[in-house]
Design a protein around this ligand. Structure first.
Ligand code: DCP
Ligand code: CA
Length: 393
């Protein structure tokens, strides 16, 4: 494979950094986004000042308040984070078209050959950090290496406001002394196995026989071994044509009202269904997403044998998944979303020839036409009619 240069860039304490831009009084203080400490829930992110008290993402808020009583606790505002995330990605897009966004605040960039434009890749990275600081007011950390995994480990290690460049040929030397949990893919579960094998550093992992890792981790073990040796051939993949269609809604107030949740789900299913028909596709997988009051987010998918194409079928699967999710979780809901993926060409299924299925499809298409002309609100259907009452209560 030809030599490549990869950048991994990741914003520091992202949610907290946005809050600090919106309210500069929070700068330099221990700040936690995730909710109030008297509520059940976990830390979404903590400022570096708060981290010095041992606070971290995923820690229960009560524990956080006990470890750092002076911390300032904030609910969080996803709409603003999304806005900052989009601006961040736009800046990266300006600098290179070869970007693979990973979540809201990080991305890989293939910058092979870009040194001629900026003097060096390091200078390019410095300019990028500066631009993000000037335009968003947020610090970013950057790793530069010949492959994705090493670039990622480098940017993580450089935090906060850091920049580490790993020279070509020095990938192994760079990784060898680091604790093994610095390696992407080595989480809590994997760490238990690492301990039982006496592995503490990435260097130690890199010397374990492939078969041993394969027997403990399956194919993931092979990937771990390659990563530990600084080998990662995976490409930077710019997002292609949408492979899924989805809609989500964040509520002004958390809710436990199932009728309301289903009414929202119905409206979302109609929009997803309309997009699907506009693309001329059907789907084989429906996914429900739920974010609870404490920011915990779950997604539940159902893959189906027969293509899904009508609003009703999307909704029915989503509603079942919702019932199952609510049966095991007692918390109020702050966001709900539904999506379809595994998009396929519409099939001439036998079921479509039953009179009721044909009627449903014709009805969906007629409503699509009216809405295309007069807007989505032109027709209120099914459960969404209830929604109107509920929202005005
Ligand atoms: N996040 C969350 N729950 C988690 C982890 C993260 O809600 N368990 C959110 C909040 C973070 C954002 O995602 O601000 C980005 O996650 P990162 O893992 O990149 O963490 P941060 O950006 O907060 O900190 P870092 O400076 O370590 O990147
Ligand atoms: Ca981050």
């Amino acid at each position: 494979m030809a030599r490549r240069t990869i950048i991994h860039i990741d914003l520091d304490a992202f949610f907290v950094s946005v809050e600090q831009v919106l309210n500069p009084e929070l700068k330099g203080k221990p700040v936690v986004v995730g909710g109030r400490p008297d509520r059940r829930g976990v830390v979404a992110t903590a400022s570096y000042e708060a981290r010095s008290f041992g606070l971290h993402s995923g820690m229960p808020l009560v524990t956080a308040a006990r470890l750092c009583p002076e911390a300032i606790f904030i609910e969080g505002n996803f709409a603003r984070y999304r806005e900052f995330s989009q601006k961040f990605m736009a800046i990266l897009n300006d600098l290179s078209p070869f970007i693979e966004p990973m979540g809201v605040d990080e991305a890989y960039m293939d910058v092979t050959g870009f040194e001629s434009l900026h003097g060096s890749i390091r200078q390019m990275a410095v300019a990028m950090k500066q631009r993000i600081q000037n335009e968003l007011g947020i610090c970013a950390s950057v790793g530069i290496a010949s492959c994705k995994v090493v670039a990622k480990v480098a940017s993580d290690l450089s935090k906060p406001d850091g920049l580490i460049e790993v020279a070509v040929g020095k990938e192994r030397d760079f990784l060898v002394p680091l604790p093994v949990d610095r390696l992407p893919g080595v989480g809590k579960q994997a760490m238990k196995v690492m301990k039982s094998l006496g592995i503490h550093t990435i260097g130690e992992l890199s010397r374990v026989p492939s078969l041993t890792l394969k027997s403990r981790f399956g194919t993931a073990g092979e990937t771990m071994l390659r990563f530990a040796n600084g080998i990662d051939d995976s490409k930077v993949l710019p997002p292609g044509e949408a492979k899924s269609i989805s809609r989500e809604t964040t509520f002004g107030e958390d809710t436990r009202d199932r009728v309301f949740l289903k009414a929202i789900l119905w409206t979302q299913s109609e929009k997803v269904g309309a997009d699907l028909r506009e693309k001329g596709k059907q789907a084989r997988c429906v996914t429900l997403k739920v974010r609870y009051a404490d920011f915990t987010t779950i997604s539940r998918s159902r893959t189906v044998q027969e293509n899904v194409g009508t609003d009703q079928s999307i909704f029915e699967i989503g509603a079942k998944l919702l019932e199952q999710a609510l049966a095991v979780e007692m918390q109020a809901v702050r966001l709900i979303g539904i999506g379809v993926s595994n998009l396929v060409e519409p099939s001439q299924q036998a079921t479509l020839f039953t009179p009721s299925a044909r009627k449903l499809e014709t009805l969906n298409k007629t409503i699509d036409r009216i809405r295309n002309r007069y807007g989505f609100g032109a027709i209120q259907t099914g459960r969404a009619i209830k929604l109107k009452d509920i929202q005005t209560q």
